[in-house]
Design a protein. Structure first.
Length: 367
């Protein structure tokens, strides 16, 4: 039996009639860019998240870029980001005109901490990006407290954690701005690229709404040099269908995670992720650590049994060629560097099912 890392066909099959109808209505309405469908989705998701403003944009990458571009300072200033994350987190900082400063992460949760931020804080730091990696929130109380004490802006990279919560609230609503991705494999995914910025700040929301439409509110009148970064109606129509199912899918992912925790509890091959007390994990990925330099060996072992897996992420950002001039080198961030050699993500999608998951667990036990 084949066990893919991700299977979107099962989700579509379950929602086919609703999605097909929504797509036909969106096409019939002929309002493809922004428009009423996007406005309705923005209202519905802001209610779901409990945040004042939700601004749709073209991608999760742009959802990071837009709030950064709304900041008054750029050239010569630093924004701290974890080195263990998807490239877009640092790429957006660079493209916004800031210098990315890379920090290490917690070895158990894979998330940035206030302590890791403080270790690399500079006199030029104006913002931090707290990534809620794999579906679990970073410790926002401490991060927000540190940033506020130093007058820094906090962006939550919530690309993998929509619906996750902690004692501080829901992911994407605790910092100054939250950035979301609707890439198809996310827990709430569209049928193409899409993103969202959340904030309770009226001025920031207004600035982002301008920036996503070339820097202006009125056509051909531009207050700044912005971008073409608008969420389209077809994506919004799909996301509106899926949103009511999001919590149920997260529950199914937690059930699958529980099976992994129980089934791999005595495994000598892998180390399962740690969930911080008070956090509700939504498991966009279930990522284990494989010690002894055997991660790639285990991945091939699973592949030989037709079991999919993924490596998120194989190369630390501070060691990427494009950031070489920033001075990062091997040995700078030991936890991140170790994780990049050890992490392996296992199938966790809601429709996985107990029988297919048992194949994954049995295979790892026999490794």
């Amino acid at each position: 039996m084949n066990v893919p890392l991700m299977d979107l066909t099962a989700q579509y099959a379950a929602l086919k009639s609703e999605i097909d109808e929504a797509l036909l209505l969106a096409v019939a309405g002929q309002r493809f860019i922004l428009g009423p469908e996007v406005e309705t989705f923005e209202r519905e998701i802001s209610e779901y998240l409990g945040v004042k403003h939700a601004v749709g944009c073209a991608s999760g990458t742009d959802a990071l870029l837009l709030p950064l571009k709304a900041l008054p300072a750029t050239q010569g200033y630093d924004v701290i980001v974890p080195s263990f994350t998807f490239f877009a987190t640092a790429g957006a900082v660079w493209n916004a005109g800031f210098r990315p400063v890379f920090c290490d992460v917690d070895p158990d949760t894979f998330n940035v901490t206030a302590e890791s931020l403080e270790e690399v804080w500079t006199e030029h730091t104006v913002a931090v990006v707290a990534v809620h990696l794999f579906g679990q929130m970073a410790p926002m109380r401490e991060i927000r407290s540190l940033a506020r004490s130093r007058g820094a802006f906090v962006i939550e990279d919530t690309a993998q954690a929509i619906g996750a919560t902690s004692t501080e609230g829901m992911a994407g609503t605790v910092g100054d701005a939250g950035s979301f991705s609707f890439f198809p494999t996310k827990n709430l995914g569209g049928y193409g690229d899409g993103g969202l910025v959340t904030t309770d700040d009226d001025d920031l929301a207004d600035a982002i709404r301008k920036l996503r439409v070339h820097g202006g509110k009125r056509m051909y009148h531009h207050e700044s040099v912005g971008f073409n970064s608008r969420l389209d109606a077809i994506q919004a129509s799909i996301l509106r269908v899926k949103l009511p199912y999001l919590n149920g899918w997260a529950d199914a992912r937690r059930v699958n995670a529980k099976r992994y925790y129980e089934g791999l509890a005595e495994s000598d091959s892998v180390r399962t992720p740690v969930v911080t007390e008070g956090n509700s994990h939504v498991y966009n990925q279930f990522t284990v650590r494989v010690g002894g330099g055997r991660r790639d060996e285990l991945r091939q072992f699973l592949a030989d049994k037709s079991i999919g897996s993924g490596i998120y992420y194989p190369v630390p950002l501070h060691m990427q060629d494009c950031f070489r001039d920033l001075g990062g080198s091997e040995g700078d961030l030991p936890v991140t560097e170790a994780l990049c050699k050890e992490v392996l993500s296992l199938p966790i999608f809601p429709e996985l099912g107990e029988s297919r998951q048992a194949l994954v667990i049995d295979a790892i036990r026999s490794f």
